[in-house]
Write a protein that binds this ligand. Structure first.
Ligand SMILES: [Zn+2]
Length: 244
């Protein structure tokens, strides 16, 4: 197999193990697992990280702020009730996420994006009646795309809040993502330890359609790692899906 001549920079980078790059493919990219670099872009951006951080094991204890809850990872036990809660505009959360949310709402307001809380902690039995209501209204298949079965809802952890715009626009609607409030949340929630848990285009992975209002508290350590690593969902973070 013959390789095209490498540029001086590509040759210099070759020593640094495998380079992952989002640069457009060049003729030099024809051979797999070889560094690709174009002088301008490579000079402007730092060399990509060559080793991926170890993938953490999914946390299953709902007392842990990093717990993974989805359609294949129910709460353990399914009847879990968090200890203590704080109300934020009448909606319940555990103390740590409540403090973070209050700060986030203050900062959002200062930026001109007024947020309100829509739905926080929901017990197993509340979720049970909610899921039954959705099933009656939409049928079981669609109900499962938009709502969790009892024992499988992040709302039951006390770490999750559905938020909305103070104007009431696009309440629990995908169009919230296009409002000032929705855009502010998508851009800034991570700074407060929250993630938009069901991002656009991740239904197959996260299990639910796009929900720009559903904010899950994971703590700033995880939210920052996800932001910096461009990790779209908690499933990706916990290695439930192959990372790109
Ligand atoms: Zn929600």
């Amino acid at each position: 197999m013959s390789y095209p001549r490498r540029s001086a920079l590509a040759a210099a980078l070759a020593g640094a193990a495998l380079l992952l790059t989002s640069l457009p493919a060049s003729p030099a990219a024809a051979a797999p697992l070889r560094p690709v670099a174009s002088v301008g872009a490579a000079a402007a951006a730092p060399a990509p990280v060559t080793t991926k951080p170890a993938v953490p094991k999914p946390l299953r204890d709902p007392r842990n702020i990093g717990v993974l809850v989805n359609k294949t990872h129910p709460l353990k036990p399914k009847s879990y009730v968090p200890k203590g809660h704080v109300r934020v505009q009448g909606q319940r959360l555990r103390a740590e996420p409540a403090a973070a949310l209050k700060k986030m709402m203050r900062d959002a307001k200062a930026s001109g994006a007024r947020l309100v809380t829509v739905s926080g902690y929901r017990s197993y039995s509340t979720q049970k009646s909610l899921f039954a209501r959705y099933t009656r209204a939409y049928g079981a298949t669609y109900a499962a795309r938009i709502s969790a079965r009892p024992g499988y809802s992040e709302h039951q952890t006390g770490l999750t809040m559905d938020v909305g715009a103070a104007s009431g626009a696009c309440r629990l609607g995908a169009c919230l993502g296009n409002t000032k409030a929705g855009r502010w949340v998508a851009k800034n929630a991570w700074k407060y330890g929250y993630i938009v848990r069901y991002p656009k285009g991740q239904e197959k992975v996260a299990g639910y359609t796009y929900e720009p209002w559903h904010l899950r508290y994971v703590g700033v350590k995880i939210s920052t790692a996800m932001k910096k690593g461009k990790i779209p969902t908690l499933e990706h973070y916990y290695g439930q899906v192959k990372r790109r």
